[in-house]
Design a protein around this ligand. Structure first.
Ligand code: ADP
Ligand code: MG
Length: 648
């Protein structure tokens, strides 16, 4: 029968400064399936090095190593991991159990990497633990177990994937003699059942339990003797070959997810502090976008209510021109002439003056707005009750008034019927014929002022006594662009007046300015938020690097029991992504909380949370997790199992 394990001229060198230190010298060794072998030797003689090569944790520097006839020296790390999963079970002197998991979960880890379903592997773990006398301690964590009990858990872990070859490096070294003997008895029992057992010990008494003792000194085998007649070998049933189905992958994924959650919850404060950068970054991005969106939409709604195809003409050079009050050249005739231009849809002149409004014994200050019949249409204002005045009323300078909602509330506080009532505008009596709806818009008049609209002819003749206008509002014909109409108006009026003693403003220009400013603001604040996210990401990377360093031994153990590089990578990547996602989620909650606080403070700010912003925040945090978690995860995955295991 071919040897199950065969070393041919195996050497192992370690670099030591300029030179190399040869720790194993051309070892030739065959071990058959079912043997129980003890490797003994002084400390530093190379026993552990030899064990690591046998267990495919380490590779020989020279020579060939064959497992079940398969040459291992050219295998990739993941193929070595498969060999470890399928053939070997490791028992370490210091147990190397994962402290955050209980006995059952520790035992189940190798089965998880081998693709056994969750329920099945728990069942198998329970059965093996019960067999080793640990049935009462399934839910205990390593910290709650004695040394002997922990070693039994690690034995169970070595057995769960079959454990055809059990490799035990000083398994009793840390135990008192009673527990040591118990553990040895288990090894003998396993050997009797057909497991190949390879023990390392510096204790001859322990080694005497084996039927073959190999003595090693300074990296050379100096003796290899049988102490007893080999017991007839029972062949172990081969465990079913592991399959890499998508279910197995999903199982490993869930497990990695669970491990990430455990790692995060075992360092809650640290996790929270790590997330802070992400939380602040995401919260500011989402709030800024929501605020920008809210204010922009509010302003645009106001503008659109008036219509962007209107052009206002004012006397003077510009807004804030001190002399504009003395310019008296903007006349009703101009408005009439403009109304006849082909690019004009409607025109409404405006004169405006403050008056005392009086009804019964109520006196209030208000604005008399002398307007054309089309004013209401141009401004997008709606009637609540009654009617508007028409062209005929304008021509007749009739004393009819349309009042706004504020005026109605002030002059008719007790709910009297305003329609038909005669109110006084200063000394001029006017009959109320209509009431306007409350305006949402902030433009034209403001929210708090009281406005009474009368025909501009009435206002000029009877109230102001002026013959000039305060402004003209032109609604551009539908087919004409606002810019062209604006140019035409300017040249038309300049010709009429001889000089340009007026200026025009159009809301489309204002709207464009507003859009541009909010876009610039958004870009600016977003770039600040992105910087904060990058800083947050670097924080995540930093903590993940710390975490990898802290858990190097855990990584070594996982590799020893058969984790692939991708398994390790996935575990740390998931942890990084989870930290960022949770940070993102908290950030979004914070943003909503800010919005809620703003709203309940009664402020006028509107925040509009677009689903796009929320979704991009999530994608963004996932991206940060992947980008900044990648380096630490790769570092973890590329660790050398022997080096990782040796790290304290
Ligand atoms: P044993 O298990 O028999 O006590 P080891 O196999 O652990 O001995 O070590 C054998 C020799 O190899 C020792 O002299 C040790 O210093 C050396 N050695 C082990 N690991 C390394 C390493 N990673 N780098 C350099 N020297 C090492
Ligand atoms: Mg050793």
């Amino acid at each position: 029968m071919a040897a199950f394990i065969e070393l041919q001229g195996v050497c192992r060198d370690y670099p030591a400064g300029e030179e190399t230190l040869r720790v194993l010298h051309t070892i030739d060794l065959r071990i058959d399936a079912g043997e129980m072998v003890a490797i003994v030797g002084a400390s530093g003689s190379g026993k552990s090095t030899l064990m690591n090569i046998i267990g495919c944790l380490d590779r020989p520097s020279a020579g060939r190593y064959l497992v079940d006839g398969q040459e291992t020296s050219r295998l990739a790390p993941d193929e070595l991991a498969r060999l470890r999963r399928e053939h070997f079970g490791f028992v370490f002197q210091r147990y190397h159990l994962l402290g955050d998991l209980n006995a059952r979960e520790n035992v189940a880890i190798p089965a998880m990497y081998a693709g056994v379903a969750g329920a099945k592997r728990r069942e198998r773990a329970d059965a093996i633990l019960s067999r080793l006398g640990m049935g009462e301690r399934l839910g205990h964590k390593p910290g709650q177990l004695s040394g002997g009990q922990q070693q039994r858990v690690s034995l169970a872990r070595a057995l769960i994937n079959g454990g055809a070859v059990i490799l035990a490096d000083e398994p009793t070294g840390a135990l008192d003699s009673a527990s040591g003997s118990e553990v040895m008895a288990i090894f003998k029992q396993l050997h009797a059942e057909g497991h190949t057992v390879i023990l390392v010990s510096h204790d001859m008494q322990m080694a005497a339990h084996a039927e073959r003792i190999i003595e090693i000194s300074d990296g050379r085998i100096i003796a290899d003797r049988k102490t007893a007649v080999a017991t007839p070998v029972k062949m172990l049933p081969r465990p079913p070959a592991a399959h890499d189905s998508w279910q197995a992958l999903a199982g490993r994924f869930t497990e990695a997810f669970r491990m990430a959650v455990i790692a995060m919850t075992s360092h809650r404060l640290r996790t929270l502090l790590t997330m802070l950068g992400i939380i602040i970054g995401i919260a500011s991005v989402v709030s800024v976008v929501a605020l920008g969106e809210g204010s922009q939409q509010k302003i645009l709604k106001d503008i659109n209510a008036i219509g962007t195809n209107t052009i206002n003409i004012f006397p003077g050079k510009d807004f804030g021109d001190m002399r504009s009050g003395r310019i008296r050249t903007l006349l009703p005739r101009d408005a009439e002439a403009l109304a006849r231009q082909p690019y004009v849809d409607t025109v409404t002149p405006l004169v405006q003056t403050s008056v005392v409004l009086r009804y019964g014994n109520i006196n209030v200050n208000g604005q008399a707005q002398g307007v054309g019949a089309d004013y209401f249409r141009v401004r997008g204002m709606e009637l609540a009750s009654g009617r508007l005045f028409g062209q005929i009323d304008v021509r007749a300078s009739s004393q009819q008034a349309v009042i706004d909602d504020n005026t109605k509330n002030s002059l008719f506080p007790d709910g009297q019927e305003p329609l038909g009532a005669v109110i006084m505008l200063g000394t001029v009596p006017c009959r109320v014929i209509g009431v306007m709806k409350k305006s949402e818009s902030n433009f034209g008049g403001g929210q708090d002022s009281l406005n009474v609209f009368v025909p501009y002819t009435t206002a000029m003749k009877r109230i102001t006594g002026e013959y000039w206008l305060r402004s003209i509002t032109v609604r551009v014909a539908d087919a004409v662009s606002t810019a062209i109409a604006e140019n035409s108006i300017v040249s038309f009026l300049t010709t009429r007046h001889g000089v340009k003693d007026f200026f025009v403003s159009n809301l489309d220009a204002i709207r464009q300015t507003i859009e541009k400013t909010t876009d610039t603001m958004r870009l600016l604040i977003s770039s600040i938020a992105i910087i904060s996210l990058i800083v947050g990401g670097i924080g995540v990377m930093n903590i993940m690097l710390v975490s990898v360093t802290e858990r190097t031994q855990e990584i070594g153990v996982r590799m020893a029991v058969g984790a692939r590089q991708s398994d390790i990578m996935r575990q740390f990547l998931i942890e990084a992504v989870l930290v960022c996602l949770l940070g993102g989620l908290l950030g979004i909650c914070l943003a909503f909380a800010i919005g809620w606080a703003v709203r309940s403070s009664g402020s006028d700010f509107a925040m509009i949370y677009s689903p796009v912003a929320v979704i991009s925040a999530f994608l963004c945090s996932t991206g940060i997790g992947i980008v900044f978690g990648w380096l630490p995860a790769r570092r973890a995955a590329r660790l050398d199992p022997v080096v990782a295991l040796a790290r304290e």
